[in-house]
Design a binder for this molecule. Structure first.
Ligand SMILES: O=c1ccn([C@@H]2O[C@H](COP(=O)(O)O)[C@@H](O)[C@H]2O)c(=O)[nH]1
Length: 215
């Protein structure tokens, strides 16, 4: 398994870290965007990311894995194979014919399901998956995540009964990339200022996700 420092640099070199003035979800702009979808083109990086997630998952009692669609699906699949843990998949929309399912795979009510996610910003995407899993009778208390952007999402999720464990926090990742000479001091300062200014709270989350909260 690659060390955290090696993994951070390999992700950067693979193009998973985009710098600039980038349009993010919900029309906001960000000086840094992580595109972890590129890992499917780098099997060694994907394996290492999955192994780090498995390390985080070791102490969490779970019987099933579920990746947040779509970026975390391949990561959850690799973890499932490596640890021999069954996986289920959440569809973006309920299938309208044949099985009419929102969750694919075999599960029973009250099973403990661990959620896998690539990036947490506000926590909205992860919570959407958690709400579906809970509404199907599964127990969900934890999530393992590649990157927590330090923008309040983990705390919002905690308030909604989900403990988040992440491989990287944005602050920690910036420090590694700065020490490796990949990101300048000036860029680090711009990103840290942005993160400080752009924080999400449980209140924003509830306003933006009234539908999810009512599931
Ligand atoms: O740098 C980023 C930031 C976000 N994403 C994608 O968005 C969601 C996380 O955002 P929430 O506000 O927590 O819903 C996640 O599913 C990512 O796929 C990203 O790819 N890169």
């Amino acid at each position: 398994m690659l060390s955290l420092e090696e993994l951070a640099v390999r992700l950067f070199d693979a193009g998973a870290v985009r710098l600039g003035d980038i349009e993010a979800k919900i029309g906001r702009r960000t000086p840094i965007y992580f595109d972890l979808r590129v890992v499917v083109s780098h099997p060694q990086i994907m394996l290492s990311v999955a192994q780090h997630l498995e390390k985080l998952a070791k102490d969490i009692n779970h019987e099933l894995l579920c990746g947040v669609p779509y970026a975390a699906l391949p990561l959850a699949a690799v973890m499932s194979v490596n640890t021999n843990t069954p996986m289920i998949m959440k569809r973006k929309e309920t299938k309208m014919y044949a099985t009419k399912r929102i969750l694919e795979g075999i599960f029973e009510k009250n099973q403990k399901c661990l959620v896998v996610e690539d990036v947490v910003t506000s926590g909205g995407s992860l919570m959407e998956t958690v709400s579906t899993l809970r509404s199907e009778g599964l127990q969900v208390t934890h999530a393992v995540v590649v990157l927590d952007r330090d923008q309040g999402g983990a705390s919002v999720l905690k308030q909604n009964g989900i403990q988040v464990k992440s491989i990287f926090t944005l602050t920690g990742l910036l420090r590694i990339l700065n020490e490796a000479g990949k990101i300048s001091d000036e860029t680090v300062d711009i990103i840290l200022d942005h993160i400080k200014e752009c924080q999400f709270s449980n209140l924003d989350f509830m306003k933006d996700n009234l539908e999810i909260m009512s599931v």
